[in-house]
Design a protein around this ligand. Structure first.
Ligand code: NAD
Length: 476
């Protein structure tokens, strides 16, 4: 099924792009998104789009990413229903004007905070989770009453073709449109004025978006990547840690923004941790074929070559996997031990099923290692010791922090439908802003302070007017 880069994906003609933006602005101006009932209807339609076509999405994701159905269902498709229902059930409450604390001097002005949709949003998605990373933000956009151009990644053409077919059937085309394309089309999009830009992708390209947004003073949310570290407590259950880490690293063939990128492990327990990886590998993949049938593929040949280059040039020792197959865009689940901080594996986000283990002396050196680098999306800790955990939390900064598991933070807002504030996002080099649940609604909403000052209040306010006489001074 996997047929990357050979597709009939029709790019949106460049000259159409400004017209699409203008049409969406007109759609927004009609005011129909002010109705919460309208927003809820669109949210339901989005839910039906994924529900009615789940099989087709599983097939396109298999074609684009060689994904086993289980991963597409568990990591992307099933989660959408929970996110959408959450917004559907709560958007009435989210959109209500907020009261402000009673103040004797101002209460007669009936102050409150209105929740206004920002307008027309540019929503740009990455290749690795073409549904989750593009449509989870769209839920917030719809709930907030905004319009959007959705630009999926050109590296997942089968899914983009399906989206171009389905979106106009399920969502109101006056408010929500797909633009397909690569750099040229994206560049055209960036020349236009938007009311918000929501970008998910690499930090390198994220900087292009941030610069374009700055030029037009457009608010922007950047969901970027980076190297998520794992800090190991030598006293933790190393076999369980290895199992959870290997899964988190190889799901979606490691092409996950919050995947554990490298492990800082006390040198004294590196052998035991590696034995745990070997045991987990043998459990996940009882036969050599399993390591192919139960794995996603690398999205494109150039990414395969990049990963092979890392394996060819690392000075660490490959102790699990290590094989690659360009014809099949496959990279085996791989663990590399005795990796040093200047190794090729430690220069950039790996974004593949390769897990380096970096031996360190102790917790202090692990913390120093993490704190001296860019703030990652997630810091992972495997420990049962509250003091160990607190020390890591207090001495590092990251988008989020997860103890004793991997990837679960992405599912959290889906499982805990009542948790209002579990915003997923980065900090510093891993991005800024967040979405998910109410955080998504808030991102695309302008909180607009309102007051209505009655004429009779001039009886009290009169001393503010000139002429500034000594009598008036006494009454202030
Ligand atoms: P990418 O930066 O290559 O592409 C992202 C989007 O930008 C695509 O739609 C692409 O068409 C567009 N684009 C590419 N070049 C462009 C240019 N020159 N000008 C304008 N637009 C351009 O990212 P990717 O490889 O698709 O995704 C992987 C990256 O995304 C990783 O770094 C990963 O960590 C990150 N990511 C982050 C999150 C998150 O929530 N923080 C989620 C998923 C992926």
């Amino acid at each position: 099924l996997h047929s990357p880069m050979t597709s009939n994906l029709a790019y949106t003609p460049i000259e159409e792009i400004p017209k699409i933006r203008d049409a969406l602005r007109q759609g927004f101006k009609t005011g129909k998104t002010r109705s919460i009932a309208y927003r809820k209807e669109q949210l339901l339609h989005l839910g039906y789009m994924f529900q009615d076509n789940a099989e087709r999405f599983i097939q396109t994701l298999a074609s684009d990413l060689g994904r086993p159905a289980q991963e597409s269902i568990f990591l992307e498709i099933n989660t959408m229903a929970g996110f959408i229902l959450r917004a559907y059930n709560e958007v009435d409450a989210w959109a209500k004007p907020e009261g402000v604390k009673f103040d004797f001097n101002f209460f007669v002005t009936r102050p409150k905070i209105l929740k206004e949709p920002k307008g027309t949003v540019l929503l740009v998605g990455p290749f690795n989770f073409p549904i989750f990373s593009t449509f989870k933000p769209l839920i917030g956009i719809i709930a907030a009453g905004c319009a959007a151009v959705i630009k999926p990644s050109e590296l997942t053409p089968a899914t983009s073709i399906l989206l171009a077919e389905l979106l106009p059937k399920y969502l109101d085309p006056e408010l929500y449109r797909i633009v397909n394309g690569g750099v040229e089309e994206s560049t055209k999009l960036l020349e236009l004025q938007w009311d918000h830009i929501m970008y998910t992708g690499s930090g390198t390209i994220g900087r292009i978006y941030a610069a374009a947004a700055a030029k037009r003073l457009t608010p922007i949310t950047l969901e970027l990547g980076g190297k998520c570290p794992v800090i190991i407590d030598p006293k933790t259950n190393l076999a369980l840690a290895a199992k959870r880490l290997l899964w988190g690293r190889i799901a979606n063939a490691g092409q996950t923004c919050v995947a554990p990128d490298y492990i800082l492990c006390p040198a004294s327990v590196q052998d035991e941790l590696v034995a745990g990886f070997q045991a987990a590998y043998n459990t996940f993949f009882p036969t050599p074929e399993d390591a192919r049938t139960s794995m996603s593929r690398i999205v494109a040949p150039h990414h395969h070559d990049r990963l092979k280059g890392l394996l060819d040039n690392t000075a660490g020792a490959i102790v699990v996997g290590g094989e690659t197959d360009k014809a099949d865009l496959w990279v085996a689940p791989t663990v590399v031990r005795d990796v040093k901080d200047d190794d090729v594996l430690m220069q950039q986000e790996i974004f593949g099923p390769i897990l380096p283990v970096v031996p360190v002396e102790d917790l202090d050196s692990a913390i120093e290692f993490v704190a001296s680098r860019d703030n990652p999306l997630t810091v992972y800790v495997f420990s049962d010791d509250p003091k160990f955990k607190t020390k890591v939390i207090e001495n590092t900064l990251s988008g989020g922090v997860v103890m004793n598991d991997t990837l679960m933070q992405a599912a959290m807002i889906y499982v805990c439908v009542k948790v209002d504030d579990f915003p997923i996002g980065g900090v510093g080099a891993s991005g800024y802003g967040s979405y998910g649940g109410k955080a998504g609604f808030d991102t695309f909403t302008h909180r607009r302070p309102f007051m209505d000052v009655p004429g009779w209040l001039d009886f009290i306010l009169k001393s503010r007017y000139a002429p500034y006489t000594p009598e008036k001074l006494k009454t202030i």
